[in-house]
Write a protein that binds this ligand. Structure first.
Ligand code: 8YV
Length: 314
């Protein structure tokens, strides 16, 4: 039994994960917005920290926990973890890849259909009673036959591409480097990639390297009929440039699950019928959230037993 090991649940975490952590460790619950320099003595004994995507682990929380050895992350994205600082301090980090790939890819495809076919706007129209009063449906573009550009051909990008193979006229991708053995056409220049894409689906990982990658120039290259779908991180897109491009009709529409300053969504988007908004729900299915929690636990169990992590970041 490991129940003596003190850990921090940086939360709120899901009830299932909290309960399972409590069955294994001595859990100190710390609110994600708590001041790291004001933690009390017992909490500072923690040897592991469990956190989630939008909070991660800053250098400040690592420094506030002098005995910290392990960070178990309830997300595949680790852009909010100061990995360089963790590495310097010899702190291990795990994430939750693979188990969420299918659900996130499904949401990307759903957002594509919703944005192109006006599903959310037409739902509002039908509900409002305007349809019954004779309002005509606004004609939309088609999904089938589009050239689809995947930005970031990793696990999730590939799962999205596989789903869209039957309907796309072509699937192209932009990545830091070509993916060996990929059946899709690589476009090395990101502006040329955007010019050729009729839809861009953002599936790259977040973090400093991808920060603001989708900028005004890329959006203009995507063009007035083009659609932007983002299930990755808000920070990959210059959000001000996106709002401006949508406001001025320089791109056709967007389907967004992620935002720069979540849960804040730019208010200008609220009135746009060509934009579909989701509250960062890509991985939020019953099965996937359970699988993510179980993978966090498997990583913590491995660490506590002195074994190699199951899904290490470092
Ligand atoms: C969130 C995610 O972390 O896995 C990721 O990278 O963005 C999501 O799974 C989720 O909101 C859990 O908090």
């Amino acid at each position: 039994s490991q129940t003596h090991i003190p850990i921090v649940a940086y939360g709120p975490l899901s009830p299932y994960l909290e309960e399972q952590l409590k069955a294994r460790f001595r859990v100190h619950e710390v609110a994600a917005d708590a001041d790291p320099t004001a933690l009390d003595g017992a909490v500072r004994e923690a040897r592991a920290l469990v956190s989630f995507g939008s909070v991660g682990a800053s250098a400040a929380i690592m420094d506030a926990l002098p005995r910290l050895e392990m960070i178990g992350l309830f997300s595949v994205g680790y852009d909010k973890v100061d990995v360089a600082h963790a590495r310097k301090k010899g702190i291990k980090v795990s994430n939750t890849p693979d188990v969420l790939t299918d659900d996130v890819a499904d949401l990307a495809v759903g957002l594509l259909y919703a944005a192109v076919r006006n599903i959310a706007a037409n739902d509002r129209m039908a509900r409002s009673g305007k349809w019954a009063l004779g309002q005509q449906v606004a004609l939309s573009g088609s999904v089938t036959g589009r050239r689809i550009g995947i930005l970031g051909l990793g696990r999730i990008g590939r799962a999205i591409a596989r789903r869209l193979e039957p309907v796309a006229s072509e699937i192209i991708y932009h990545n830091r480097r070509p993916v060996a053995g990929s059946p899709y056409r690589y476009v090395q220049d990101r502006i040329a990639f955007a010019r050729e894409s009729e839809v861009i689906i953002v599936a790259t990982s977040g973090g400093p390297e991808a920060h603001g990658l989708v900028d005004a120039a890329m959006l203009d290259a995507l063009g007035p009929q083009g659609m932007l779908i983002n299930i990755s991180r808000g920070s990959v897109v210059d959000e001000d440039a996106l709002v401006a491009a949508l406001t001025e009709g320089r791109i056709g529409g967007a389907g967004l699950d992620v935002f720069v300053n979540e849960p804040q969504v730019p208010e200008a988007l609220f009135t746009m019928d060509n934009v579909v908004l989701q509250p960062h729900q890509g991985s939020a299915t019953i099965n996937t959230r359970k699988a993510m929690a179980d993978l966090v636990l498997a990583n913590l169990d491995a660490w506590a037993a002195g074994k190699a992590l199951v899904t290490p970041v470092i």
